[in-house]
Design a protein. Structure first.
Length: 465
């Protein structure tokens, strides 16, 4: 097989997160963005030793698992909701098997096996999201064009492209309120003749539309992100937005100016054109104030399932000092505060720490303390010693230099919440090496229709040395 050659075959299985396996004669080819049972045409685009990767060109025949019709107009070109034509039950079953296989391999590699050589821990399967669609409380839409020099578009990047942007006027991952707002903003910007920001030339005006909507409160924050290359008056757009017939309510309209060369949503300057720069969301009876850039679980409904699972795994923390590392806006810290002596949250994003402190005050919680800083550095400075540690790191997992410091505390048990199971599987190697064992694992699907999934893992000190 050579690069550039085109083949066709059946995707036999999909390994986490989206690595389809196609057998061609005696060769295994990884073809991403497909689903088990599809007959696909693909081109070999990467070859390194015996490792072969193919770029999906076309689905020639649907999978027997595809029992539903697409629910939005840009499937499958978008690639965001890859599995929407598969029943939710089959999605859950597939994700559970993928993640169990990952954890099995990590546990076996660490020597945690029974007498028969099988991985020796409890896998508790997967819990689904209470809502399969319209669950996302945050969405970053991009401005661009669907094809070179085409009309202005606003939505999501085409699968495999960093430039082409598809109009997401009927995205089913978000509440219909968000789709109405997107359509309103796009039509206004098209009428005004505004150009989008061209990443290579660093010229243009429109960058992103960041929408956040409280699933439980219906409060909506509209954030229009542009460069400073045009001085625009968005008063008319503000009136149009406020006149929309929405189920929820717009509580803030912000103009965020971002002149960064990188394609990230950030603020150099924020102008509040209407209302306020925050909204409220509620989880497990607690109220949270959320600002444009503070981290919050994107599926509030699924987050309740996730945190209830984590709380069950954590168990009794009475009279304990708990470290909540990578604490975000302090959700876990506050959930644990009622059953712990003290909870100390550590988070690198200062804005999230400010929000966490406000949220704790809002909920009348006095035994939570939050520290702004990198976990790697904070652990060298903090005086307290934890009795229990909760880890909820970003997608890349725990920094390899921070992990030994965490393990040095030698706490009896830890709970690791992972939004990227491959990072968890990698980090487990050091946990097992340093005398911990995986006790039990449960998957929680926060991202229905997509390739992603959260995992809760309970770790305990091993009796064997």
């Amino acid at each position: 097989m050579k690069k550039g050659e085109i083949y066709q075959g059946i995707i036999e299985k999909v390994e986490f997160p989206n690595k389809g396996i196609v057998q061609i004669e005696d060769k295994k080819v990884i073809v991403k963005n497909g689903m088990p049972g599809q007959t696909v045409r693909f081109m070999i685009n990467k070859k390194k030793g015996s490792r072969l990767e193919g770029r999906l060109l076309e689905v020639l025949q649907r999978s027997p698992l595809e029992t539903r019709q697409p629910v939005c107009s840009i499937f499958p070109a978008c690639g965001g909701c890859m599995y929407q034509t598969m029943s939710y039950e089959n999605q859950l079953e597939m994700k559970a098997k993928q993640i169990q296989n990952l954890i099995d391999q990590a546990v076996k590699a660490g020597g945690q096996v029974d007498e028969q050589g099988n991985p020796d821990y409890v896998f508790e399967g997967i819990k689904g999201s209470p809502r399969e669609f319209a669950y996302r409380n945050k969405m970053e839409f991009s401005f661009g064009d669907e094809y070179k020099e085409g009309p202005l578009s606003l939505g999501l990047h085409k699968k495999g492209s960093t430039y082409d942007v598809l109009n997401a006027l009927d995205c089913k991952l978000v509440h219909e309120d968000m789709n109405q707002i997107l359509k309103c903003v796009l039509e206004y910007c098209q009428e005004q003749g505004y150009d989008y920001y061209h990443k290579m030339q660093h010229v243009g005006f429109l960058r992103h539309l960041l929408l956040r909507r409280g699933n439980t409160t219906g409060e909506i924050l509209v954030n229009l992100v542009t460069t400073s290359q045009v001085e625009a008056d968005f008063q008319e757009l503000k009136e149009r937005l406020l006149n929309l017939n929405l189920e929820g309510k717009i509580v803030g309209f912000l103009h965020i100016i971002n002149d960064s060369l990188s394609d990230v949503v950030k603020s150099d300057e924020t102008r509040i054109l209407y209302g306020k720069d925050y909204f409220y969301e509620e989880i497990l009876g607690l109220k949270f104030k959320i600002t444009p850039f503070s981290f919050f679980q994107p599926n509030s409904y699924g987050a309740e399932v996730l945190y209830e699972t984590a709380r069950e795994y954590i168990g009794d923390t009475k009279d304990m000092t708990v470290f909540d590392l990578y604490s975000g806006t302090g959700t876990i810290s506050q959930i644990l505060a009622a059953v712990a002596k003290e909870v100390i949250g550590v988070e690198i994003v200062e804005e999230a720490v400010v929000a966490a402190e406000e949220n704790a005050g809002l909920n009348g919680i006095e035994n939570c303390r939050f520290i702004a800083g990198d976990v790697l550095k904070v652990l060298d400075e903090i005086q307290e010693k934890p009795d229990f540690i909760v880890l909820d790191p970003p997608r890349d997992g725990i920094h390899p230099k921070a992990l030994p410091k965490i393990l040095e505390y030698g706490v009896e048990k830890m709970v690791y919440i992972s939004c990227k199971p491959t990072s968890l599987a990698r980090d487990l190697e050091m946990f097992l090496e340093k005398g911990y064992r995986v006790e039990k694992v449960c998957c929680v699907d926060q991202f229905c229709q997509t390739v992603h999934c959260e995992v809760v893992c309970l770790l305990g000190r091993s009796e064997r040395k």
